[in-house]
Design a protein around this ligand. Structure first.
Ligand code: LLP
Length: 444
């Protein structure tokens, strides 16, 4: 397994993250356990911030909180000077509860409810990324009723398909998201918004996909967006002060993944915008981006305890862990690949090839196929790396499993940032209507 961030193998031959022995973490907090390397999260934030600062341009890096949204993470994003992208009332609530400055919050989503729009207006967040006409008018009416003015970006689909997994590609024309540039609806959205005094037009937003390893897609999106901005300026007399090019910067899950250094994505994007807008003699806009996965993905490691196994002679050996698709649905959903190691016997030589199964009642609940490990035994601690993005945030209670705890480690200290769910968390919301309640047994 590749050792990310502060991960090392310590003198005891065990995996250590943030100066904390992984086996001790598993003992203390139980498994499955999400462990986050705080230093690495901060390093990733700084890579983006410093790369932008070096350009001398105006910018905002908004952490896409959908990747991993808990209060402790909101605080880190804030401390590192990032803004925050939220996509629901729950994420907004989390951010506000953590005290995140509302003016640095951007609200996304293709079906914001009237309640969400009210909540965003009441909290006076920085901007709403408007996705469609229904929302534009709902926002305008709600803002008017409150005597408020909201900054807006228009989410546009530039018709660029990023080279990534088909299911998570959102930049092409045939998508539920945004206003299409090609068919004129993006232009119409700006024209109509100009008539609405309670929305203030900041600019446009484009997100072309996820887990992208090349800069070409971003360059092409920048080109389309710049061309669109120029058309709007010429025909409507509006100059956008902000261009947001979304997230999608790839990370290394397994050996075959070859991500670029984060600074390289920033350089490509800023250079493209600078050149294109200069060509149109357009005032240089602020550039915003929204990385999610690349901020938290490789900082996360999930610890499991190995339990039972099953050997099918001539076929394979299944080794089961105490979690699975409930804490990591990505292999089942996207055929995502992960690396792993035995955290308690990290230096022992490879002796067997096994496939790691989850504990859910579902054949598809597999975490890793054909993983080389020392001879495994029940009670071993399995560490799966790169589980920081879209694992906790997409975790479920399938089979009524309790969602794991989340721990931040740094300089030898481990802090619980989300406690493990209890049975009460799982079943305590259930209600029994009167007619289904057990009648007390009458004494006779
Ligand atoms: N901005 C917008 C508008 C987005 O839709 C997304 C991700 C991001 C930013 C952040 O993208 P990132 O930098 O994290 O790639 N559940 C899937 C990923 C879905 C991504 C959805 N949008 C997964 O587990 O791979």
């Amino acid at each position: 397994m590749y050792l990310h961030g502060t991960s090392v193998i310590n003198k005891a031959g065990r995996l250590e993250i943030g100066g904390c022995d992984a086996v001790e973490l598993a003992d203390k907090f139980g498994t499955p356990l999400y462990v986050f390397d705080e230093e690495l999260i901060r390093r990733r934030c700084r890579e983006f911030m410093e790369a932008f600062r070096a350009t001398g341009m105006k910018f905002e890096v908004a952490y896409a909180s959908k990747a991993f949204c808990v209060m402790a993470m909101c605080r880190i994003a804030e401390e590192e000077g990032l803004s925050l992208d939220v996509v629901s009332d729950g994420e907004l609530y989390t951010a506000l509860r953590a005290g995140f400055p509302p003016g640095r919050i951007h609200f996304h989503g293709n079906n914001k409810t009237p309640e969400e729009i009210e909540m965003a207006l009441d909290a006076k967040i920085g901007c709403i990324v408007v996705d469609n006409f229904t929302e534009l008018y709902l926002l305008s009416e709600t803002a008017k009723a409150k005597g408020a003015v909201m900054n807006v970006l228009f989410r546009v689909t530039p018709g660029v398909e990023a080279h990534t997994h088909e299911f998570i590609s959102t930049g092409q024309t045939d998508t539920k998201f945004g206003f299409d540039i090609g068919n004129g609806s993006a232009f119409r959205s700006v024209r109509e918004a100009m008539e609405l005094p309670n929305v203030r037009i900041l600019g446009v937003h484009s997100h072309i996909g996820s887990q992208i390893f090349e800069v070409d897609g971003f360059r092409l999106a920048a080109e389309r967006v710049a061309e669109f901005a120029q058309t709007v300026r010429q025909e409507l007399g509006i100059t956008f002060p902000v261009i947001n090019l979304g997230g999608g910067f790839g990370i290394r899950y397994v050996e075959e993944d070859r991500p670029l250094p984060l600074a390289q994505y920033v350089q490509a994007i800023t250079e493209a915008i600078r050149t294109l807008f200069a060509r149109y003699e357009y005032p240089l806009p602020e550039i915003w981006i929204e990385p999610g996965r690349s901020i938290v993905g490789d900082a996360g490691t999930t610890l499991y305890t190995i339990g039972s196994s099953k050997t099918i002679p001539g076929v394979r050996k299944y080794v089961s862990v105490d979690g699975g698709m409930t804490d990591n649905p990505r292999p089942a959903l996207y055929d995502a690949k992960y690396e792993a190691m035995l955290a308690n016997r990290a230096l022992e030589p490879v002796e067997e090839t096994v496939s790691i199964a989850g504990k859910c009642c579902e054949t598809g609940d597999m975490l890793i196929w054909d993983l080389e490990l020392p001879k495994t035994q029940p009670g071993d601690t399995l560490a799966v790396s790169c589980t920081g993005a879209y694992n906790y945030s997409m975790a479920s209670n399938y089979n009524r499993l309790r969602r794991p705890a989340v721990v931040f480690v740094k300089d030898g200290a481990a802090d619980l940032v989300v406690r493990r769910e209890t049975f009460e968390d799982v079943a305590g919301k259930d209600l029994l209507p009167e007619r289904l309640r057990k009648q007390p047994v009458a004494n006779s």
